[in-house]
Design a protein around this ligand. Structure first.
Ligand SMILES: C[S@@+](CC[C@H](N)C(=O)[O-])C[C@H]1O[C@@H](n2cnc3c(N)ncnc32)[C@H](O)[C@@H]1O
Length: 303
């Protein structure tokens, strides 16, 4: 009897071990909790092609979720609480980079809205505005942008497009006191560590990066476990890693996350201040990518 019990116990232990292995294996190929269950693993190269089509879409072909015209007041509502103050403190020699600017509406509002909105709404000081650079993969400049660019000149507002942030050299971009990203590169890139490295190398010491990322594991585990995670990180053993925990492992930065669990999509509003120059971002590799607005991504920290 004792031997039957112990063999049952052994079988149970083996079955539990096997189940744990299956969970780790499923997580490793991207079929973990919250990731869409595909019959076959997605082909990353095919997903990249689909994503490129979203970027290049024009007119009626632009998917409804791919919003490119958020104004400055939307940025104030979506970015961490100190953003508007930080923008209003910039002087005329300071520089602001908006990564993933789409139409560049936030910069247009900053420069053009002073007459129609209170300074608290457009985050601008009368007479002193920072030099602003809008960056987008695809060129979405509007007539309004072109008119303002002609009247202000390239020195004040500039629109750069045709490539991704990581493809610019330091000399091309220069350095910035403030960098923003509202559902831009941080939410769309297939190389998150390289993206962050480029952001931080483009920031002056004491400069701040403000961004937001939706449908992620929130700091302190405050999110609903039924969430369909769009950006998921894991360590080398396949355990979930929160985006803010990963960011906090970067050297020479001070990271503050404001978790919004009551929003439709659990989101982290992220503020990263660069405090010294010896920045090192823990590397991650891309495991899965599913085209979308924004895309679904799974990354794994390199050991
Ligand atoms: C959904 S739109 C957001 C536009 C704008 N921020 C808004 O809220 O209306 C995404 C933008 O991010 C840009 N983008 C995505 N990945 C990028 C990257 N790695 N580098 C630069 N821009 C990127 C796209 O080209 C596009 O301009």
């Amino acid at each position: 009897m004792a031997s039957v019990r112990s063999s049952r116990k052994g079988w149970k232990t083996a079955a539990t071990g096997l189940a744990a292995l299956i969970v780790i294996a499923l997580q490793a190929i991207g079929l973990g909790v919250g990731w869409p269950q595909e019959a076959a693993p997605l082909r990353i190269d095919e997903e990249f092609v689909k994503q490129e089509k979203i970027y290049r879409s024009q007119g009626a072909d632009v998917p409804s979720g791919y919003v490119t015209n958020r104004g400055l007041s939307d940025y104030v509502g979506l970015l961490p609480s100190g953003f508007c103050d930080a923008l209003s403190r910039l002087g005329s020699l300071d520089r602001w980079l908006d990564i993933g600017a789409g139409d560049g509406q936030a910069i247009l509002d900053y420069y053009g809205g002073v007459d129609d909105a209170a300074p608290a709404e457009n985050c601008a000081r009368l007479g002193a505005k920072a030099r602003a650079v809008a960056m987008s993969i695809e060129d979405r400049r509007t007539d309004k942008w072109r008119q303002l660019a002609v009247s202000l000149g390239d020195e004040r507002i500039r629109y750069v497009s045709g490539k991704r942030l990581r493809q610019y050299s330091r000399e091309e971009l220069g350095k910035f006191q403030l960098i923003t990203d509202v559902y831009g590169g941080f939410s769309y890139t297939e190389d998150l560590s390289q993206f962050l490295e480029t952001v931080l190398s483009s920031l002056e010491i004491d400069g701040v990066f403000y961004t937001i990322v939706q449908n992620v594991h929130l700091e302190g585990g405050k999110d609903n476990p039924d969430t369909s995670y769009q950006t998921a990180l894991m360590d080398a053993a396949g355990r979930d890693v929160k985006v803010c925990s990963w960011l906090k492992k970067t050297t020479c930065v001070k990271v503050v996350c404001e978790s919004k669990r009551d929003w439709d999509s659990p989101s982290e509003l992220i503020n990263i201040r660069k405090v010294c120059s010896d920045v090192s971002v823990p590397r991650m590799k891309l495991l899965q990518f599913q085209a979308g607005n924004p895309p679904g991504r799974r990354f794994q920290l390199e050991p």
